[in-house]
Design a binder for this molecule. Structure first.
Ligand code: SF4
Ligand code: SF4
Length: 234
């Protein structure tokens, strides 16, 4: 399956409209120490590499070589991901994101994550993230989900993402393994899953959580064909 690319205008519009981060969330992330930067595979939406390359003023092929790897799903679906390894290639020495204004949308909306159950997409907040316990998360729900809903991302493509997105990998091994490959390395799903950690980390090793949730959790149920029917349930 070759997914239809989202237009550059859609990406531009998303970044103009979405206001999930603010001084408060930056402060919380700083206190957390950027745990998600060390433990996540960063997935780009279809066509997002073209948008980001344009924002940086470089060619798409240069962008791929410098920042991306490729996951090939069993049916041949290609998924562009931020270079696999311990740290994101956009994280600079000050632990700041160098593409903050045009970062991948899945980075931008985190801790909003999704699962697919009974052919429906459920958005939820990842409680692994410290922001999930804070009132500031309301901002993410308030703007991210309706905007995501308008992007018409195919459910089939999202299903592929769920086959690895919430797993925990041995990032040291992943980094060593990818050194044998090209600069824009291609991984089959099987190869990637072979580097999965046997023991899943259910807690964030970088921070201590209070069990108290400051705000209630929301669920969104969406239609089957795409993300076109998002609505807040509680
Ligand atoms: S895990 Fe959550 S709180 Fe920590 S840096 Fe990432 S988004 Fe911020
Ligand atoms: S692109 Fe930016 S926000 Fe996303 S993982 Fe990398 S440093 Fe973090």
């Amino acid at each position: 399956m070759i997914p239809k690319k989202l237009s550059l205008e859609m990406y531009e519009n998303f970044h103009k409209m979405f206001s999930g981060s603010n001084e408060n969330t930056f402060k919380i992330c700083k206190e957390c120490g950027g745990a998600c930067e060390h433990n996540k595979i960063g997935t780009l939406l279809p066509g997002e590499e073209e948008y980001m390359a344009e924002k940086m003023g470089i060619s798409v092929s240069d962008f791929k070589i410098r920042y991306l790897d490729l996951l090939k799903m069993d049916d041949g679906t290609p998924i562009q991901v931020l270079k696999l390894g311990k740290l994101c290639p956009f994280l600079n020495e000050d632990e700041a994101c160098e593409c903050r204004d045009f970062k991948p949308i899945f980075c931008k909306i985190y801790p909003v994550v999704f699962t697919i159950k009974d052919e429906k997409i459920d958005f939820r907040i990842d409680h692994w993230c410290r922001l999930s316990r804070k009132k500031e998360c309301r901002l993410y729900f308030g703007t991210a989900i309706p905007l995501l809903s308008s992007l018409e991302i195919p459910v089939e493509w999202l299903k592929h993402v769920t086959s690895y997105d919430d797993l925990c990998f041995d990032y040291d091994q992943l980094e060593k393994y990818r050194r044998r490959k090209n600069k824009h390395a291609a991984f089959s799903l099987e190869e990637l899953l072979s580097l999965k950690k046997v023991e899943m980390e259910t807690t964030n090793p970088y921070i201590e959580f209070s069990p108290k949730v400051e705000e209630s959790v929301f669920y969104i149920k969406l239609g089957q064909s795409n993300l076109s029917a998002g609505r807040q349930l509680s």
